[in-house]
Design a protein around this ligand. Structure first.
Ligand code: PLP
Length: 361
C-alpha cells in the first residue's frame, strides 16, 4: 500500500484536484500584496499589551460566550441595539461557518457571488459541498443587477456573498443594488455583506440589519491592523445568528486573540488614525498614478488599489526583482486582464512602488 493509494482511496477527488492556498515567501520583501496595515501598535501600548498577555489565563479554555470582547465590539463598531455577534478565527472561518450551516446533504445547494470576488467564497462553498455560481461584474466592476437577479431566480441560492467594498476590485457597489439583491432573496436565501474594508470605506450595512431578516454583516480586524491575531465577527437577526452559533467550534477564538483584541478596542482611536493616514495616502497615490501613461487606476474605497497596466507580468517581475510583492490578478478572471493589486502602505513604501512602476510601464 503506497501513500498515493491511501490518498486516492480516502481524500475527496475535488480536494485532490486543487492546489493549496498560495502565500508568497515574504522575507526581505516590501509586502504590498495582502492589504495589511503597515503600522504597528506604538509604544507604550505595546508594553501595556505585553503585560495583559502575560496575565492571560493560558491553562483554561476561553469562556465561549466571549461576552466582554463582544461588548467592546458592539460599543465601538456600530452594532444595532439588540443585535449580538458571532466571532471567528478571522472572517475566513465565518465564511466557512455560514456555508456549512446552509449546505445540504445529497441535495444541490448554491452559493452565489458577483465575480471577480474574494476567493474564499468559492473555496468555502466547495468544501461545504455546495455549488458556487459566479455572476460576472460589468467591465467597470459595477454590479450587473439584472444578471444577479436572473441568477438568483434561476439558482435559488442559499447564500449570496457581497464584499462591500469588493476585493480585488476595491470599489463599493451601489447600495440600492445590494438592497434589491437582499430583497430578491427574501426568505429563501441569506445575503452576506462582507465589510472587511469598512475601516477605510466608512460606510456600512450594519445599521440596516433591523430592516432585513436575511442579512448577515461580516467584518474583521485584519485590515484595520490586527491581521496577526485572526479575529472576525458577524451580526444578524438573533435567531439566525443562533443557528450559525451551533456550527461554530466552541473555543474557536483563543485567549491571546481575545486579550489582544479587547486591548486594541480600548485603544481603537489609534487604529482609526492609522486607517485615516492610509486613506490619505490612497488619495496621494491615485493622484501620482494619474500622471503615469499606460496605467489605469480604478476607484477604491479600500486600503488597496487595482491598476491596469500594459503588461502585468513585466511589472510584477520588475517588482519582484526590486524585492516588492504585489498581486498579479491577470489570470484570476478575464475581466482582470493585465490588472495588478497593490496595498496602500506608508509614504516610503508607496514611493518605492511608484518608482519601480514608473520605470517598468
Ligand atoms: C481579507 C478579507 C477577508 C478575510 O479576513 P480575515 O478576517 O483575515 O480572515 C474576508 N473578506 C474579504 C473581502 C477580504 O478581503
Amino acid at each position: 500500500m503506497t501513500i498515493d493509494t491511501l490518498i486516492a482511496n480516502t481524500i475527496r477527488a475535488d480536494v485532490r484536484a486543487i492546489g493549496g492556498y498560495h502565500v508568497a515567501d515574504a522575507s526581505g520583501f516590501i509586502k504590498l500584496d495582502s492589504m495589511e496595515n503597515p503600522y504597528e501598535l506604538p509604544e507604550p501600548l505595546r508594553g501595556e499589551l505585553a503585560e495583559r498577555l502575560a496575565n492571560a489565563v493560558l491553562n483554561r479554555y476561553p469562556v465561549p460566550t466571549y461576552a466582554t470582547l463582544k461588548e467592546k465590539l458592539c460599543a465601538t463598531q456600530g452594532i444595532p441595539a439588540g443585535y449580538d455577534l458571532s466571532l471567528g478565527n478571522g472572517s475566513d472561518e465565518l465564511i466557512s461557518i455560514v456555508a456549512v450551516a446552509t449546505a445540504r446533504q445529497g441535495e444541490r445547494a448554491v452559493v452565489l457571488a458577483p465575480v471577480p470576488a474574494f476567493v474564499m467564497y468559492a473555496r468555502s462553498a466547495q468544501f461545504a459541498g455546495m455549488d458556487f455560481i459566479g455572476v460576472p461584474l460589468k467591465a467597470d466592476f459595477t454590479l450587473d443587477l439584472p444578471a444577479m437577479l436572473a441568477a438568483i431566480k434561476e439558482h435559488q441560492p442559499k447564500l449570496v456573498f457581497i464584499a462591500y467594498p469588493n476585493n480585488p476590485t476595491g470599489n463599493l457597489y451601489d447600495a440600492d443594488d445590494i438592497n434589491a439583491i437582499i430583497e430578491a432573496l427574501g426568505d429563501t436565501g441569506i445575503a452576506v455583506v462582507d465589510e472587511a474594508y469598512e475601516p477605510f470605506a466608512r460606510t456600512s450595512f450594519m445599521e440596516r440589519l433591523p430592516q432585513h431578516r436575511n442579512l448577515v454583516v461580516m467584518r474583521t480586524l485584519s485590515k484595520l491592523g490586527l491581521a496577526g491575531i485572526r479575529l472576525g465577527y458577524m451580526s444578524a437577526h438573533p435567531q439566525l445568528l443562533a443557528q450559525f452559533e451551533k456550527v461554530r467550534p466552541p473555543y474557536n477564538v483563543n485567549i491571546l486573540t481575545q486579550v489582544a483584541a479587547e486591548f486594541a478596542l480600548d485603544h481603537i482611536d489609534v487604529l482609526n488614525e492609522q486607517a485615516a493616514a492610509i486613506n490619505a495616502e490612497r488619495t496621494n497615490m491615485v493622484a501620482a498614478l494619474g500622471q503615469l501613461k499606460g496605467v489605469e487606476v480604478f476607484p477604491s474605497a479600500a486600503n488597496f488599489l487595482l491598476l491596469r497596466v500594459l503588461d502585468a507580468d513585466k511589472v510584477v517581475a520588475a517588482m519582484v526583482a526590486e524585492k516588492v510583492l504585489i498581486k498579479n490578478l491577470s489570470k484570476m478572471h478575464p475581466l482582470l486582464a493585465n490588472c495588478i493589486r497593490v496595498t496602500v502602505s506608508t509614504p516610503q513604501e508607496n514611493a518605492v512602488f511608484l518608482n519601480i512602476l514608473t520605470a517598468s510601464v
